[in-house]
Design a protein around this ligand. Sequence first.
Ligand code: R5P
Length: 300
Amino acid sequence: MSDFVVLGGSGSVNLAHKIARGLDGLFVPLITRFFPDRELYVRVPVDVEGRRIIYVKSMALRPNEGLVEFLFVARTLRELGASYIIGVIPYFPYARQDSRFKPGEVISLKVVADAIRWSGVDAVVTVDMHLHRVSDPSSILGIPVANVTVMGDLASYVIQTRKERFIVVGPDEEAEQWASYAAKTVSADYVILEKERLGDEEVRISFSKDIVADRVLLIDDIISTGSTIVEAIEFLKKRGVGEIYVACAHALLVSGADAKIFLAGARDLIASDTVNNPYAKVSSHKAIIKGIREVMRNTR
Ligand code: R5P
């Protein structure tokens, strides 16, 4: 067994267990509970003094509670004398608010990044972080960050299960990084649609050129309300695309998004396990282990 202790934060226990197995480390689930007024109780039930700790905590669905748990645990690991701490944040929250779009808005990404650095972790590993205007997450966190991807694994899964070729479609300009990576992995072509966001749950999709494809893999980093994907499916159907497979790294699936996606005509929905969800057919643990090795090379 390696000397790593892999702590499974709330909501990330299964993924932490897989990471621990892959690293031959000791797996320990954290003890957490809420007091009646929703204050959080956390206990690290293992001696961490002098040990290398990997703390896995996805901050999806309840990002505010997730962030508090992360800060509590990371600070405590430091106080208890852990020798080296990697925070694995499979879903990194607040990354979309990376600018002050309107006067007075909080640049949420910056505040979250500052808080994570303050928590005392030595490095961070995350998966397909929503980076748009910021290209290197280490520059905002101020510590080594490995941003690994599952896009290639998602596309390979579809090829392996369907055994048929497809073109990859990204629903908007921001998705080019993910669609192009997925396409390259399976030697497919890709196209990027144009999206205009009209509200939290309302988008408009367009594309000025022809799309010649019977089968597509529509891929994005996050599916939240599903508005983007539903609009894209409806748009592709109108353009005569017969089979549409949908994939994403982070399946938040709020407001019944999965039902809307299937009702719009998706043949299948494939997600990773960065967020607990019923469509997690691809595990991110191998990519995360790669990221752990990468940050260790950069910090030791
Ligand atoms: C934002 O640009 C992201 O890449 C996703 O496209 C977005 O978060 C999806 O949100 P929704 O599912 O609510 O349309």
